[in-house]
Design a protein around this ligand. Structure first.
Ligand code: SAH
Length: 354
């Protein structure tokens, strides 16, 4: 019944949480009309805290070497067809200089888990970026490390860390990853990162193989418990050189619905409208913003390597220069009544808890 589902959205809006059965009910009863009802509320909540501002993060994909073999990912070590690359320190620092000129005040260093980049090396990179651009935040997204490593990066100046939990259900996790990786370990990493003092981002893929509505409900409850500062979600998109090559992609509609739900559950969260969302639909990122997202992460990687950091098929923006991407996004965001701002874009409560 639509009215019951609407009541659940009202409840989510006032109490910022639902239990597992309620989430499942809501996800099972999603319709276009219900989505519209949700997005009116999620957009209003986002405007209450962040107005129409959209924060940008310059994404630097600095290595596609990876020691892990996640079944869904195009840069898994088992993919012998992936053309591997690493950026030099000079290339990475050049990206940040270019990005700074374009108005970026957050740089995200993302990569596979690549042992070539030792802790000393990562610390050196973080220190160099912070020295060259003290007004910028540095975000790392380089997978699972020890407490000591995370602490060293933080002490070197890293502000934020993105580590999607991928799925909160441990059985589901084990169907997406080889047996040397565990969901429990991944969740522990997130709690360590929070304890150290990072602004932390968790998240998951929508429509990943074997995912049930119950799994999604568990993801939403896990997020509520963890209370991350950022949540990255995007549709699963199959990659032709992985074991999941024939699996169906996640949908635009379900991803948007979850973005709206997450905005109501964690009202002040920093919520990107992801490249994967822009890949499954040409208007995906704009629709994500309208559903409650407030962050965009354009690519700052050198064009020569962009076509090689392919986690999934048909990834967008692999041919453009950073400046072109920025202008294109600005136009897109303005066309729907929001605006890209030049700011670090910290969490609403950042200055209270740092
Ligand atoms: N090595 C880092 C960065 C991973 S890439 C880490 O372990 O965190 C960033 C995210 O891309 C992953 O967390 C995953 O959720 C997403 N991703 C990977 N393959 C994907 C696919 N086929 N479709 C959609 N998203 C994918």
């Amino acid at each position: 019944m639509q009215s019951e589902a609407k009541q659940l959205i009202d409840k989510l809006e006032t109490e910022n949480q639902l239990n597992k059965e309620e989430w499942i009910y809501l996800l099972e009863h999603r319709t276009d009309e219900l989505s519209k009802y949700l997005f009116q509320k999620s957009d209003a909540v986002r405007r209450k805290y962040y107005g129409t501002d959209v924060y940008v993060r310059g994404l630097i994909e600095f290595t596609n070497y990876c020691k892990n073999d996640c079944y869904y990912c195009g840069i898994r070590c088992g993919n012998k067809n992936a053309e591997r690359y690493r950026l030099s320190d000079e290339e990475i620092l050049f990206c940040t200089d270019e990005g700074h000129k374009l108005g970026f005040r957050t740089f995200v260093l993302q990569g596979g888990e690549d042992p070539y980049f030792t802790d000393d090396h990562i610390c050196h990179l973080v220190e160099s970026i912070k020295k060259n651009h003290p007004d910028c935040a540095v975000t790392l997204s380089i997978g699972e490390k020890s407490y000591e490593s995370y602490k060293r990066y933080f002490d070197a100046g890293a502000d934020r860390y993105l580590l999607r939990h991928e799925t909160a259900n441990l059985d589901h996790y084990s169907r997406l990853h080889p047996s040397n990786l565990s969901g429990k370990k991944r969740q522990e990493c997130l709690y360590m990162l929070k304890e150290i003092g990072y602004q932390v981002g968790a998240g998951f893929m929508v429509g990943s193989p074997f995912q049930t509505k119950e799994n999604l409900a568990e993801d939403l409850i896990f997020l509520k418990e963890l209370e991350p500062h950022m949540v990255g979600i995007g549709p699963f998109i199959s990659h032709h050189d992985t074991p999941f090559k024939d699996e169906p992609n996640g949908t635009l509609e379900e991803t948007l619905f979850l973005l709206g739900g997450i905005r109501l559950s964690l009202p002040q969260v920093l919520l990107p409208s992801t490249t994967a969302l822009g890949t499954i639909d040409p208007q995906g990122r704009e629709l994500g913003i309208k559903a409650g997202a407030n962050v965009i992460m354009p690519n700052l990687s050198p064009v020569k390597v962009r076509g090689k950091y392919l986690l999934y098929d048909d990834k967008i923006c692999t041919g453009e220069e950073s400046a072109q991407c920025k202008v294109c996004l600005e136009k897109r965001i303005e066309s729907i009544g929001y605006k890209i701002v030049t700011s670090r874009g910290d969490h609403y409560n950042y200055y209270n808890w740092r």
